[in-house]
Unconditional design. Structure first.
Length: 153
């Protein structure tokens, strides 16, 4: 009797699994899918730590909303005035060389580092940065280079 019940319910269980898929629900009630593709496009603009790090990891460059200090200065940016958002609306500073003079980041022959602002929303630049290397390493600092946390994918 139990075998017959199991045989009758097994196809229903399999259909239910096929319909619902393999996604799970997190404790907050939002759907999560570990196999979903990143929501980053090459021509998109990004400012958050997660998005910029993923962009660098995916495309090996910064998003187009980043400009170097020299490019910003040509547009009239003055760091003392905190006016980047006024002279280059929607832009953030990024792409300039980071010296790693304190040797807080790993060194390797031929490795160079660049930096970019994170979460810039206007006015004076904040303390958040992503530092990324010529060979794919990505680090985040929220205290203006005092400490670093590696971002891995």
């Amino acid at each position: 009797m139990l075998k017959r019940l199991f045989r009758a319910l097994l196809p229903l269980l399999m259909v239910a699994l096929l319909i619902t898929g393999c996604s799970s629900t997190s404790p907050t009630g939002t759907d999560t899918d570990s196999g979903s593709a990143p929501q980053i496009t090459e021509n998109g603009t990004y400012t958050s730590k997660e998005d910029v790090a993923l962009y660098i990891h995916t495309y090996q460059k910064l998003p187009t909303n980043f400009i170097t200090k020299k490019e910003a200065q040509k547009l009239g940016w003055d760091s003392q005035k905190g006016n980047l958002d006024k002279v280059a609306k929607g832009k953030s500073i990024g792409g300039d060389r980071f010296g790693n003079y304190d040797k807080k980041l790993p060194e390797a022959k031929g490795r160079t580092w660049k930096e970019c602002d994170i979460n810039y929303e206007g006015g004076y630049r904040g303390s958040e940065r992503i530092i990324y290397s010529s060979d794919g390493l990505i680090y985040y600092t929220n205290d203006h280079y005092n400490s670093f946390k590696e971002i891995t994918f």
